[in-house]
Design a protein around this ligand. Structure first.
Ligand SMILES: C[S@@+](CC[C@H](N)C(=O)[O-])C[C@H]1O[C@@H](n2cnc3c(N)ncnc32)[C@H](O)[C@@H]1O
Length: 275
């Protein structure tokens, strides 16, 4: 098995195991719920009634259900068998078979989809940080999007204040892990695979001239990381204040380039000589 297949296998095992606890963990985590709401606020600004959405790395289908309940048609994809199973259970339970379709597919193999074009390609909460070269995914976008369609990526950038602050606790490796261009080993549910971090300028370069970035925003610059649960529990008022600070400043430089995640929306508007 080559290195890429090994990485994909590990991801499948890790997230299939995590799918069992994923939704319960999120519902008990104020930061994660706040982050997801920030993502929805942006997505709803750029979606139009009746739009079709292709969701990459859909996880347990939380976003797909949200979009479907807001009237959109969603095509979910993910690599993990466990995640795909969870989405299917949700679709049946919520009776959303006419709004959500699901297919197991790696975002590196989007050519396997039927050739359909979408209004919106969406990837949430760092699924794309699992790929060593983001171009392996981005190169599919022009075949998947309608003209003036949009892509919305929620991805972890290299600079994250809360991780850098860990130098004061002597955790140097963790503090600088996002800067390792050749990837950082992550451990999810006992399975290891590499994660890679992408800046706005990396993504802009990979998207090329046919895409214009129309929205950029940091997600959780002041707000502590979701896994810092002690802070959430001990200082709920402080947490609300930090959420408000993020809500006010996340669209302005330099807060629009950094945070736990970065939200980017780009419009596909191919130039005439390239089409
Ligand atoms: C942190 S979870 C995020 C899930 C979901 N987007 C959310 O917001 O809850 C990352 C997801 O990325 C998926 N993933 C990782 N690599 C992938 C790949 N090559 N193709 C498709 N999905 C992948 C994992 O299976 C997992 O479901």
């Amino acid at each position: 098995m080559n290195g890429e297949d090994h990485q994909l296998n590990q991801i499948n095992f890790a997230f299939s195991k995590q799918s069992e606890i994923y939704d319960d963990y999120e519902s008990s985590n104020n930061v994660l719920r706040w982050m997801r709401q920030q993502v929805y606020d942006v997505a709803l600004k750029y979606l139009n009634p009746g739009n079709t959405i292709l969701e990459l790395n859909s996880g347990t289908g939380t976003d797909a259900v949200f979009f479907a309940k807001n009237g959109f048609n969603v095509f979910c994809t993910d690599l993990s068998d466990g995640m795909i199973h969870k989405i299917q259970i949700k679709i049946d339970k919520e009776n959303l078979n006419d709004k959500i379709r699901v297919q197991k597919c790696s975002f590196t193999e989007l050519y396997k989809l039927s050739g359909e074009k979408f209004d919106f390609v969406f990837s949430n909460f760092g699924g794309l940080n699992c790929i060593d070269d983001l171009r392996k995914v981005i190169n599919h976008f022009s075949n998947l999007l309608k003209i003036n369609g949009k892509v919305m990526l929620v991805i972890m950038p290299p600079v994250c204040l809360w991780e850098l602050l860990q130098i004061f606790r002597g955790k140097f490796k963790f503090a600088f892990r996002r800067f390792n261009k050749s990837g950082t080993l992550s451990n999810v549910e006992g399975f290891t695979f590499k994660t890679y971090y992408y800046s706005k300028s990396d993504i802009k370069k990979f998207l090329g001239n046919n895409f214009q970035i129309v929205h950029q925003q940091g997600l959780a610059f002041f707000t502590p990381l979701p896994q810092m649960e002690k802070i959430q529990k001990k200082f709920p008022k402080l947490l609300k204040l930090l959420n408000k600070l993020d809500e006010s400043l996340s669209r302005f430089f330099p807060f629009n380039l950094t945070g736990d995640h970065l939200i980017l929306v780009a419009e596909y508007s191919p130039t005439k000589n390239q089409n």
